[in-house]
Design a binder for this molecule. Sequence first.
Ligand SMILES: N[C@H](CCC[C@H](N)C(=O)O)C(=O)O
Length: 257
Amino acid sequence: MHFYKYQGTGNDFVVVDDRAKTFGLDQEAIALLCHRRFGIGADGFMLLQEAEGYDFRMVYYNSDGTEGTMCGNGGRCLVRFAADLGIVTEKAHFIAVDGPHLAYITPETISLQMMDVPGIEQHNDDYFTNTGSPHFVRFTNQVQFYDVKNTGAAIRYSEAYQPMNGTNANFVEKLDDQTLFVRTYERGVEDETYSCGTGVTAAALVAKTFKNVQTPIKIKTLGGELAVNFDGDAITGFTNIFLIGPAKQVFTGTIFA
Ligand SMILES: N[C@H](CCC[C@H](N)C(=O)O)C(=O)O
């Protein structure tokens, strides 16, 4: 099978052109493709398929092979893939699991419109919102020393989040009035990843609402820098949410699968 490898701020994906609709691997086989020792290695797996009325369809799987909810960095990488294939040039309109998305393409960045977000839940000092995927958000000092993996796993598997099959968990430090540092434990990868697009989007919405951070918000992740811009607020709802940053093809090859 021919595949492509993409990354967006270190969130990495195996991508397959499935316009011919021939892909037929099951959960176990997808997990193997994503395995960093037995396979290619990736945080997620994506198919680009044809979709009537859109430039393409995004189908996203977590690295454990389960079909995921929306992935922001994956969406940005798939837009870059569509541009590399010549399907789109400056702008893309595609359909994903959480609905339609618009994206703007430049050589340096992919700017992806995320779904509108109606509001934010507050649980004591923590927050929860859904930006296409479910995200727990906690602010902390010195996030570089935070135990993201163990604390993230405890939250992800906690009783409160089981009705939605668990949650992703973000640990956020406000660096200044326009800048955050975000680290994310990702459900479906079951580990910290270098960056999570829907996660930094959630962190940005919470930071503007509760921590006096101003848009456009710059976000530092372990894998590089993203920006999030949006209109609205937690009462009327957030609209025109854009996740902005680099997305690159790393390599392409053939795997025996
Ligand atoms: N890395 C992704 C999020 C994946 C979400 C996934 N872990 C789930 O909740 O099913 C992103 O850039 O938005």
